[in-house]
Write a protein that binds this ligand. Structure first.
Ligand SMILES: [Fe+2]
Length: 206
C-alpha cells in the first residue's frame, strides 16, 4: 500500500477568481503530487511502507531529531498531509461563516467572526517565509497560529480546524508577491466554515 494523492474536492476553476485553475493545476497536480511521490519513494521497503500518512508524519516527527533520514520524510509527509487539509479548508466562493457551536466559540475567544478573520489574515501575511496559517483548537480554546515550512499542528496537542497555505507556490502565479491579496480572497471568500465546524465538533465530542 502506498499513500495516494487525494482528489481535489472541486473543479480546478472552482475557486476563481481568487485562485486560478492554473494555480490549482500546478499546486495540486505538481507540488502536492511531488510530496506524495517522494513519501512513497522514501518509505518503500521500510517498516513504514504500509503506514497511513498520519502515522508516517507522527513517526518521522518523533524520530527526526536523532535520525537524519527522517527529516526529508517528515518534510514531505507533513507537506502531503497539510495540502490534503488545505484543499478541504476551501470551497467555491460564497458567503460561508461559522455556525452553531463553532460560532459561539468564535465569539467567546475572538469577540466575533470579523476579529477571527482579521487574526487569520494577520497570521497568514505575517508568517515569515514559507509556511501555513492555522485555526486550531488548543485545550478547548480557539487559536490562530502559523507554522514554518512543513511544520504542522498534527504533531502536537492542537487540533487543526482550517489551514491557509502561504508558500509562494500557492499565490505567485495569480498575485505575484502580493501575499495579502491572496490571503484576503481565501479568508473572505473561500474558507469552508462547515469543514471547520465538523472538525470542531469532532474535537469537542466526549
Ligand atoms: Fe502548497
Amino acid at each position: 500500500m502506498s499513500i495516494e494523492l487525494p482528489r481535489l474536492p472541486y473543479a480546478h476553476d472552482a475557486l476563481e477568481p481568487f485562485i486560478s485553475a492554473t494555480t490549482l493545476q500546478t499546486h495540486h497536480g505538481k507540488h502536492h503530487r511531488a510530496y506524495v511521490d517522494k513519501v512513497n519513494a522514501l518509505v518503500a521497503g521500510t517498516p513504514l511502507a504500509d503506514a497511513t500518512l498520519e502515522a508516517i508524519v507522527a513517526q518521522a516527527a518523533q524520530r527526526k531529531a536523532s535520525e537524519p533520514a527522517m527529516v526529508p520524510l517528515f518534510n514531505n509527509a507533513a507537506q502531503a498531509w497539510n495540502h490534503g487539509f488545505y484543499w478541504l479548508s476551501m470551497r467555491p466562493p460564497g458567503a460561508s461563516a461559522p455556525q452553531g457551536a463553532l460560532e459561539a466559540r468564535v465569539r467567546a475567544d475572538f469577540g466575533g467572526v470579523p476579529a477571527l478573520r482579521d487574526a487569520l489574515k494577520a497570521a497568514a501575511t505575517g508568517q515569515f517565509g514559507s509556511g501555513w496559517a492555522w485555526l486550531v483548537l488548543d485545550g478547548g480554546v480557539l487559536k490562530v497560529t502559523s507554522t514554518s515550512n512543513a511544520d504542522t499542528p498534527l504533531t502536537g496537542k492542537q487540533v487543526p480546524l482550517l489551514v491557509i497555505d502561504v508558500w509562494e507556490h500557492a499565490y505567485y502565479l495569480d498575485h505575484h508577491e502580493r501575499r495579502a491579496a491572496y490571503v484576503t480572497g481565501v479568508v473572505d471568500q473561500l474558507l469552508d466554515w462547515e469543514f471547520a465546524g465538523r472538525n470542531f465538533e469532532r474535537a469537542m465530542a466526549p
